[in-house]
Design a protein around this ligand. Sequence first.
Ligand code: NAD
Ligand code: DAU
Length: 354
Amino acid sequence: MEVSKPGRNLNGKTILITGGAGFIGSNLIHYLLRQYPEIKIINLDKLTYAGNLENLEDVASDPRYEFIRGDICDQNLVQEIFPRINGVIHLAAETHVDRSILDAGQFVLTDVFGTFVLLDALRRSLHVEYFLHVSTDEVYGSRDEGYFREEDALNPSSPYAASKAGADRLAYAYYVTYGLPIIIIRPSNNYGPYQYPEKFIPLFITNALDNLPLPLYGRGTNIRDWLHVEDHCRAIDMVVKYGREGEVYNIGGNNEVPNITVAEMICDFLGKPKDLIRFVKDRPGHDRRYALDCQKIRSLGWQPQIPFEEGLRKTINWYIENEGWWRRIKEKSQAFRAFYEAYYKEREVIKEVK
Ligand code: NAD
Ligand code: DAU
């Protein structure tokens, strides 16, 4: 383990978490409040279609937690918040690759310009001790063999990934140019509770529960490295405490699985027939495989703890036990329905699985 000096302290400090009402953000807020009795968290979230205060109902009256509804692109608001904080964990973003293919504008605005607004506020706030920028493994692009290391070139494929790559390098530029305390992480595909049901795993779980088709892109051979969100929260905690300024840390689940296998596991766990799976027209520019070399974060003392089979079972159970949560989104949210109809209507079935 590389850790030698005492880590940064989170207890007794105020952290700004952007995008805290989303999937990873709400899991992280729960995790940090459990972990640090004297932490103070400010959650700045615009509440886009992906933000949901239901995720945080149980902590809403916790005196250590404060919610501010607002946009990270709002320079005045962001500058008002910075004097009150000691650190930043920046998660807010537009995050769905398929939506970025339909319309990239909001991705460039939030993911790039919004990150600039935060970084610029950091430049004026020399008391802020760290700024953890949450990037993604998608910034590297796809590779058929081997593993991406942190120093590899970025080669993003989708408008989402390109926007995230812009933000990632902008954060790094603020470290190089102004010497600001910036740390960057590049996590792989997360899964777990509170994930918005447009994403692969929750979409397939909730469709299967309703005996609806499971639209698998292409031949289902694309590979993702699945990381349970709880393991990701532990990694964020580790990097905030011990990560070095100006460094990038890959965070992978060490768990590469082809999409077809994930889809079949979901059917098996739920006792549903595999012929619910439909091979549909592929995502344009669909990255074949993401894979990370995670030696660097491992040397800080972190490794994933939740095996995929166990994590997937727990996640499926969460969606079974929290049916109201996802039904309110899938059945009542215009943002969900409009996107689902627009994107999936044109994806004709190529082949059914027998
Ligand atoms: P999510 O879509 O579930 O949540 C995003 C949150 O950001 C929402 O609460 C939304 O309301 C908020 N938001 C969006 N635009 C905003 C704005 N302009 N101002 C303030 N808030 C805004 O996303 P997630 O899956 O939780 O991802 C969080 C972060 O982690 C993102 O930066 C994403 O790129 C990154 N990431 C996600 C994964 C994954 O598998 N989910 C993997 C790697 C990296
Ligand atoms: O790798 C990290 C990234 O993971 C994050 O940066 C993104 O924010 C997050 O959305 C996720 O991107 P992906 O595109 O990998 O995730 P998604 O859940 O959309 O898709 C996972 C895989 O499943 C991918 O190969 C596409 C496939 N898929 C997805 C959907 C929604 C299908 O086959 N059918 C589907 O309906």
